[in-house]
Design a protein around this ligand. Structure first.
Ligand code: ADP
Ligand code: ASP
Ligand code: MG
Length: 485
C-alpha cells in the first residue's frame, strides 16, 4: 500500500513538475508580503525546504524521490537575504568583492536581496561631527545624519553590480517602506511594505536595501540602534519569507567567545536562538539583539558567515534546539565593556524606596541592567545598579539628586567596570557551574563586584582591567576550546 502511494506521488511530481515549480514560485514571489509574519508557509515549501536542508535523508525508496526532486529543486529559485556589515563594505575594493559574491550567488539560481551597513567607521565619524556641535543633539536630526552612511553604500554597491552587468536597484528605508515607531535612534519596525520590491525581484533585479534606517508614519527618518542593519536584514527576510538570512561579517561565524579577545575561541556550527539572544544581550556584538529576537519570533533561518573567505564555509546557523546541537553545558562567554555601576547607600529601608531610586533614571530613558539591593541594617539599605557607560554622567547626576531627597549616606559611581557572562542552555540541568566560575576567577585574583543569574546564564561584574584575563580563564576552565563529545 505504502509503495503504491509513494509511486503515485512520484508519478504526480513527474507529470506535474511545473506544478511544483509554480507552487514554489508563488510562495517566493508571492503577493503575500506586507506584514512581517512567518508562520504559514505552503506545504510544498515545507517539503522543498526540508529536502534542501537535510540532504542526508536519501536512503531507500524515498531516497529515489529525493534524488528526483533535487533535480527539480535546482530549477527552483531560493530567495536569500544577505547582509554585509561595515568592514565588508569598508572600501571600494571590498564593495567590488561583495558585488562579485552577490552575483555568484544569483548565478546559482537564487533571488538576492542585499542589506548593507555604512562603510566601517562612517557612523562613528558622523556621530563625532554632530558632537562637535552639540553633546546631546536632537535625536531626529541625528537620525537624518547617521542614516546617510547607508545611503552611500546602497548606491555604490548597486553601481558596482550594474557595472558588472547585473540588473540591480537600490532602496532606502523610506522607499522600502520600512515603517517604524517614532523613537529616534532606537526605533522598532512596525511594518514592511515590499510591493515594489516584489515586482523588481520578478523582473530579475538584485535588490540593495539600506540597513539601519526606517521612516515613521509622518515620514521622519528613524534608525534602529547601533548594529541595526542586522535587524533590517532579518525583518526583510521575515517579510519576504526568504529561505535564509545570511549575515556576512569579518569573522566566519559565532564563536565560543569573541575571537579577538580569546584566540583559542572555537567556531560553533549551530547555536540556539535562546543562547544567541543571551550572548547578544550580554554584549556579543556579532548580531544585534533585536535581529535575534526577530529571527526567533518569525522563525527566520539565520546564518553568520564571513565575507572575506575565498571558499565559502558554512558559518554558524542560529536555529531552534534539535538533536544535532552540541550537548555542551556552556556554549559561550559574552562580555560587555559598555557598563557603568552606581551605588546609593544608607537610604531608608521602606516600601517604595526602589521605585523612588530607579524611577527618575528610567523616566530619563536610561536603561538599567543589573540591580542589587543589600539586606537592610539599622533600618537603611544600599542599592547598586548598572547602566550603559554613555548614560553614566546623566544617571549619576539623577542619583545624587535622589540621594539628597531621600537623605542617603552616600552616592558613588564606577565607570571602569565590565560584565562577563557564561551562557548555555545546558546550565538548566547542571548544578555547580556558578561555584566553578567564581573559583576560577578567584584563582586569578579577580574580585567580583556584582553577580546575576538566570536559567541559562551567569553574569559577574569585575574591574575592566580583568576583562581579557577573566574571559580567557573561564574559557579554559570550561574547556570551550574543545568540542564536547
Ligand atoms: P559588522 O560590521 O559586520 O556588523 P560587527 O563588528 O558588528 O560586524 O560584528 C563582528 C564582530 O563581533 C567580530 O569582529 C568579533 O570581534 C565580534 N564578536 C563578539 N563576540 C563574538 C562571538 N561570540 N563570535 C564571533 N564574533 C564575535
Ligand atoms: N551603521 C550602523 C552602525 O554602525 C548600523 C550597522 O552597521 O548595522 O551601527
Ligand atoms: Mg554589526
Amino acid at each position: 500500500m505504502l509503495i503504491l502511494i509513494c509511486a503515485k506521488i512520484f508519478i504526480f511530481f513527474g507529470v506535474h513538475s511545473r506544478c511544483l515549480r509554480s507552487f514554489a514560485y508563488s510562495f517566493i514571489s508571492g503577493d503575500i508580503c506586507v506584514q512581517p509574519g512567518y508562520s504559514q508557509n505552503t506545504h510544498s515549501y515545507d517539503i522543498i525546504h526540508h529536502l534542501k536542508a537535510r540532504p542526508h535523508n536519501r536512503s531507500g525508496f524515498l531516497g529515489g524521490i529525493y534524488e528526483f526532486k533535487q533535480t527539480e529543486l535546482s530549477n527552483i529559485m531560493a530567495l536569500i537575504v544577505q547582509k554585509y556589515g561595515g568592514t565588508s563594505v569598508g572600501t571600494i575594493e571590498r564593495i567590488q568583492a561583495v558585488a562579485d559574491r552577490v552575483i555568484a550567488n544569483r548565478d546559482k539560481g537564487n533571488q538576492i536581496v542585499v542589506v548593507v551597513s555604512a562603510m566601517s567607521g562612517e557612523t562613528n565619524r558622523l556621530i563625532s561631527l554632530a558632537n562637535e556641535i552639540e553633546k546631546r543633539p536632537s535625536t531626529r536630526e541625528m537620525d537624518v545624519l547617521v542614516s546617510t552612511g547607508e545611503q552611500v553604500t546602497i548606491a555604490l554597491l548597486t553601481m558596482a553590480l550594474q557595472a558588472k552587468g547585473a540588473k540591480a536597484r537600490s532602496y532606502t528605508g523610506g522607499q522600502v517602506k520600512m515603517l517604524t515607531d517614532n523613537v529616534h535612534s532606537k526605533a522598532r519596525i512596525l511594518d514592511i511594505q515590499c510591493g515594489n520590491m516584489q515586482q523588481d525581484l520578478k523582473d530579475g533585479n538584485i535588490i540593495v536595501v539600506a540597513g539601519f534606517q526606517g521612516v515613521d508614519e509622518n515620514g521622519n527618518i528613524t534608525t534602529l540602534g547601533r548594529g541595526g542593519s542586522d535587524t533590517t536584514a532579518v525583518a526583510m527576510a521575515a517579510a519576504l519569507k526568504a529561505d535564509e538570512c545570511q549575515i556576512y561579517t569579518d569573522v566566519d561565524g559565532v564563536y565560543t567567545t569573541d575571537p579577538r579577545v580569546e584566540p583559542r575561541a572555537r567556531k560553533l556550527d549551530r547555536i540556539t536562538f535562546d543562547e544567541m539572544l543571551e550572548m547578544a544581550s550580554l554584549g556579543s556584538k556579532v548580531l544585534q539583539i533585536r535581529s535575534v529576537e526577530f529571527a526567533g519570533k518569525y522563525n527566520v533561518p539565520l546564518r553568520v558567515l564571513s565575507s572575506f573567505e575565498e571558499v565559502q564555509g558554512e558559518g554558524t546557523l542560529i536555529t531552534t534546539e534539535d538533536d544535532e546541537m552540541e550537548q555542551a553545558i556552556i556554549s559561550g562567554i559574552a562580555f560587555n565593556r559598555d557598563e557603568a555601576q552606581l551605588t546609593i547607600s544608607g537610604v531608608p529601608d521602606k516600601p517604595g524606596v526602589a521605585s523612588d531610586i530607579l524611577g527618575p533614571v528610567t523616566e530619563a530613558n536610561i536603561e538599567i541592567d543589573m540591580i542589587v539591593q543589600n539586606v537592610g541594617e539599622d533600618g537603611t539599605t544600599d542599592f547598586t545598579f548598572t547602566v550603559h557607560r554613555n548614560d553614566y554622567d546623566a544617571a549619576l547626576a539623577l542619583l545624587e539628586k535622589t540621594g539628597e531627597t531621600l537623605g542617603a549616606k552616600k552616592v558613588k559611581g564606577n565607570d571602569t567596570i565590565v560584565k562577563i557572562s557564561l551562557v548555555g542552555v545546558g546550565m538548566r540541568s547542571h548544578a555547580g557551574i556558578a561555584s566553578s566560575m567564581f573559583a576560577a576567577l578567584g584563582k586569578e585574583g579577580i574580585n567580583i563586584l556584582m553577580i546575576s543569574t538566570s536559567e541559562i546564564k551567569i553574569s559577574v561584574v569585575v574591574d575592566e582591567k580583568y576583562l581579557e584575563l577573566g574571559v580567557r580563564s573561564l574559557h579554559s576552565e570550561f574547556g570551550l576550546e574543545t568540542q564536547p563529545a
